[in-house]
Design a protein around this ligand. Structure first.
Ligand SMILES: NC(=O)c1ccc[n+]([C@@H]2O[C@H](COP(=O)([O-])OP(=O)(O)OC[C@H]3O[C@@H](n4cnc5c(N)ncnc54)[C@H](O)[C@@H]3O)[C@@H](O)[C@H]2O)c1
Length: 254
């Protein structure tokens, strides 16, 4: 049986759980070798074990994407283990506890920027020369509907996801001629551990950000998002580059 990602190797950050884990399985089912890159070591090891038990090739690399050296070592380890890397999914991310502009603390701002923005830049910067050497590659960035709209998250998270969309388009534009594609997914609400990890929530920010939530037709599933990530990673989307695709059941179309 042939798969859409046969002979490919994919690094997926934040894939010990949530959306990233589902992407890992969807890529593996299509023939890809998987690098589970997460800073939660136990979840990472469990996911690697589950993939292997299902008959797939997988490697775990413990990494904090906010740490430049660790990110660089992660790409080196993946290339060393599997010979090459073809697909990078920048999925690791954290929330901002819905802190509105007047209430945002430096510690929240810095953490969100370090992980959700610097982390994406570090991986892209490191992988590009590798992709150039290989004659191409694919990057999938996990943005958010907050990266395409104004009021649906806290200040830091909204700002950072807009930046991820900008980075996606810049990379696609500059490196598209070298057969490197870079697209982003912008999900609305997906049931994962993400929202449960919020603490010390800003009640003003939360109320403002969720004013229009009753207009969202439905929440998404991790499978919904993994389907899009597979489309972006495979040749099915060969003519698409620099796009940030809303995955929100039409919520932002209103
Ligand atoms: N769940 C949603 O509703 C939703 C909506 C829009 C966008 N997103 C985005 O999707 C992505 C995945 O979110 P999720 O819902 O699966 O979240 P999650 O919290 O379930 O999973 C995130 C994973 O990333 C890992 N991670 C966090 N910080 C890390 C770091 N510094 N280095 C390495 N790994 C790290 C965690 O250990 C975890 O395994 C995030 O970028 C998030 O912003 C989520």
């Amino acid at each position: 049986m042939t798969g859409k990602l046969d002979q490919k190797t994919a690094i997926i950050t934040g894939s010990g759980g949530g959306i990233g884990k589902e992407i890992a399985f969807s890529y593996a089912r299509e023939g890809a070798k998987i690098v589970i890159a997460d800073f939660a070591e136990e979840a990472m090891n469990t996911t690697v074990q589950e993939l292997r038990e299902a008959g797939f090739e997988a490697l775990g690399v413990k990494v904090n994407v906010a740490d430049k050296q660790e990110v660089e070592a992660m790409v080196d380890k993946a290339a060393e283990a599997f010979g090459r890397v073809d697909i990078l999914v920048n999925n690791a991310g954290v929330g901002d506890n819905m802190k509105a502009a007047a209430n945002v603390e430096d510690v929240t701002w810095d953490k969100v920027m370090d992980i959700n923005l610097n982390g994406v830049m570090y991986t892209i910067r490191k992988i590009l020369p590798h992709f150039q050497e290989n004659g191409g590659g694919v990057i999938v960035n996990m943005a958010s509907i907050t990266g395409l709209t104004g009021g649906r998250g806290g200040l830091a998270y909204t700002t950072v996801k807009h930046a991820v969309v900008g980075m996606t388009k810049n990379v696609a534009s500059h490196y598209g001629p070298e057969n490197i594609r870079c697209n982003a997914i912008a999900p609305a609400q997906v049931q994962t551990g993400f929202s449960a990890s919020m603490d010390n929530v800003d009640s003003f920010g939360m109320e403002a950000a969720t004013r229009g939530v009753n207009l969202m037709p439905k929440a998404g599933t991790v499978e919904d998002i993994a389907n899009i990530a597979l489309f972006f990673a495979s040749e099915d989307s060969a003519y698409i580059n620099g796009v940030a695709l809303a995955a929100d059941a039409g919520w932002s179309a209103y």
